[in-house]
Design a protein around this ligand. Structure first.
Ligand code: ACM
Length: 636
């Protein structure tokens, strides 16, 4: 008997161990705080009754749930406030549950009922998002999907966020995205429990927000010449080139988007990037620059306007910085921020502050006079003077200031919040100075960087693979977490010309960011995560949403072994096979399988690789010239 119990226990342990290492039992991203799996399933009835309180703040949540449960299933759903026996119930707790806080929820799926409870409507929205992720991927379908078992596994979930600031920054200046595309962006981010859209509305390449008291900003500043190729290297603008690319959001558009976001529990942080990155404003109102002749400038179409010296320093080739010595600039900014503050209910306004070129300031007699008058000893202090003046304007509008970490360099008001982007350094320093901090370091969350091998990806100046993004922890070692408000991924769009490529760049890396800002640190698990990502990809296939398959594609590590090339291949996910060819033909799973570092045959010119799991091709074929590998390994 004892022996039987012993063997049975071993069997259970083995089953449990297997369950741990085989596919995860759910595909919810971000990973919930607690999830317990029970026996059985809930089967969606053909006549679905949803009980929910009649609150305006819940209307969108209920519509989302109803649409998803009816459109792909062909079932019917009704909503009632008064049916304790309804199989699907959304409940606002009468007595607040302290564990789950403002944004948390509890979700119980049993054989006969699904109950989501929360202290506030936002929690119910997140509970619904988790519930939808427990359903088969066809739940995302825009038409009736047949042959699907509409079942939900029995679970008990208790979930709440690690951080209150869970953001994605969206640059709509470098390339313009329509109001509808911004709304879609909000829907997509809210699905993964992001709650903050940082809307980068102005830059050298376009001013995108209507300011009624300054009409040139959108009459002139929103338009540039449409060019294709590698943004940043386009030919210099000619006076006769058409200004045929651009756009802006009217104030009515902005109000509509703010309301749309609010219904999905997303705040919008508007950014007006000053004093650098201001060419579009200067083209609109040339008197904002210190430099004479700015009336001949054009909104940047992607030509080179900065010299980057490779050590973090740079000089501007045209004066794209507002003049800190001009009172006209502060009058201008007062007008801008008066209207921005009235449009956006969020408590912060982002004032930029990054990459402000100072070489034109250095030449300006007005700046020299200002320095003497104010006792400013260098250009950092000049920017510090500017930031303090801007800070006063922002607080006069009843808002708080946040800026990129450069705002620390010349001194900034004690109540300014800092967004750390040049690695974690700025955030660490700001937290030590007791500023509130949002972490968005290039090292982990710059989602405009390439995510796979540069031989395959549209060229950007740096690479950030999914597994590196997954290592993001908004609280750097040694920092008091009470100063860290949260984190966000940044999507700059110089090299993102359209919405399909935008999707490709965001997903799946934003999944990684969402787990870093929502899930407890100890709940993050790379292997589980990648398996869930694969499940999410199935949903995206149904949605016809684009995503990058880079995590399946080989990583090349060429080595110089005493002058000979040795090629090591790996992938971000394990349990997949790499097949290759050196004979110029396209490999599939009937080709040689990679199993150890190898040399290229003597005259080979091209290594082609592809990955499979069983019979299924996972990533794209990569064609890598042997010469390129030699170059990378520094073999001449
Ligand atoms: C930045 O990436 N320039 C904030």
């Amino acid at each position: 008997m004892k022996k039987t119990v012993f063997f049975f226990s071993c069997y259970l342990l083995c089953v449990a161990a297997f369950a741990q290492t085989s596919s995860p039992r759910h595909s919810i991203i971000p990973e919930p705080v607690k999830i317990a799996h029970n026996q059985g399933t809930f089967t969606l009835p053909e006549n679905i009754v949803i009980e929910a309180p009649n609150l305006p703040a819940l209307a969108t949540t209920i519509t989302l749930l109803k649409d998803r449960l009816t459109i792909p299933t062909g079932y019917k759903a009704s909503v009632t406030t008064n049916a304790a026996t309804a199989p699907i119930r959304l409940v606002i707790n009468k007595t607040a549950n302290a564990e789950i806080g403002k944004e948390g929820y509890q979700l119980t799926v049993g054989k006969d009922a699904v109950v989501i409870s929360a202290n506030e409507p936002g929690g119910l929205y997140y509970g619904v998002q988790s519930l939808l992720q427990l359903l088969p991927s066809e739940i995302e379908s825009k038409a009736v999907a047949t042959g699907v078992k509409w079942e939900i596994p029995a679970v008990e979930v208790t979930d709440y966020p690690r951080f209150g600031w869970r953001g994605l920054m969206f640059d709509v200046s470098r390339h313009f995205f329509t109001k509808q595309e911004v709304k879609d962006f909000i829907d997509n981010m809210a699905r993964y429990k992001f709650n903050l859209l940082h809307w980068h509305l102005t830059d050298d390449e376009g001013w995108r927000i209507e300011i009624k008291s300054l009409p040139n900003l959108t009459k002139k500043g929103a338009w540039r010449t449409d060019k294709s190729g590698y943004f940043g290297t386009f030919s210099a603008p000619l006076p006769n080139e058409p200004l045929n690319y651009g756009g802006f959001y009217t104030q009515d558009d902005i109000k509509e988007v703010v309301q749309y976001a609010k219904e999905r529990f997303v705040n919008i942080l508007p950014e007006v990037d000053v004093p650098g990155h201001s060419l579009a404003a200067i083209v609109s109102y040339p008197e904002l620059a210190c430099t004479p002749g700015a009336e001949n400038y054009r909104v940047r179409s992607g030509e080179k306007i900065m010299d980057w010296h490779g050590n973090g320093t740079f000089t501007a080739l045209v004066d794209n910085s507002l003049c800190p010595a001009s009172e006209k600039v502060y009058t201008f900014l007062d007008k801008v921020f008066t209207e921005v503050a009235a449009l956006f209910p969020f408590e912060y306004i982002h004032v930029g502050g990054d990459e402000c070129a100072k070489n034109f300031w250095e030449k300006s007699a007005d700046v020299k006079t200002l320095m003497k008058k104010e006792g400013l000893k260098d250009m950092h202090e000049v920017q510090g003077y500017f930031e303090k003046r801007v800070g006063k304007i922002i607080s006069s509008k009843g808002k708080k200031l946040i800026g990129w970490d450069e705002i620390l360099e010349g001194g900034v008001a004690a109540d300014a919040a800092v967004m750390s982007w040049r690695g974690e350094k700025g955030g660490i320093e700001a937290a030590k100075l007791k500023h509130e901090v949002v972490m968005s370091p290039t090292t982990f969350v710059y989602l405009d960087y390439m995510q796979g091998d540069p031989i395959l990806e549209p060229r950007v100046y740096a690479t950030l693979r999914l597994n590196k993004a997954y290592q993001f922890d908004p609280v750097p070692a040694g920092v008091d977490p009470k100063y860290i408000k949260g984190g966000q991924g940044n999507i700059w769009t110089e090299q993102i010309p359209n919405v399909r490529h935008l999707e490709y760049m965001i997903w799946p890396r934003a999944f990684a960011v969402s787990e870093s800002v929502w899930s407890p640190r100890e709940k993050k698990n790379w292997k589980n995560f990648t398996q869930k990502v694969e499940q999410q990809f199935k949903r995206y296939d149904v949605l016809e949403m684009k995503y990058a398959t880079s995590m399946f594609e080989p990583i090349f590590t060429p080595k110089n072994k005493a002058g000979k090339l040795e090629i090591e291949l790996a992938t971000e996910v394990d349990d997949i096979d790499i097949y290759y060819s050196f004979d110029n033909s396209f490999p599939d799973r009937f080709y040689p399988k990679y199993n150890k570092p190898m040399e290229a045959p003597k005259d080979a010119v091209m290594l082609r690789v592809v990955t499979y799991r069983g019979k299924e091709q996972l990533g794209r074929v990569i064609s890598m010239p042997v010469e390129e590998l030699k170059k990378r390994a520094k073999i001449s």
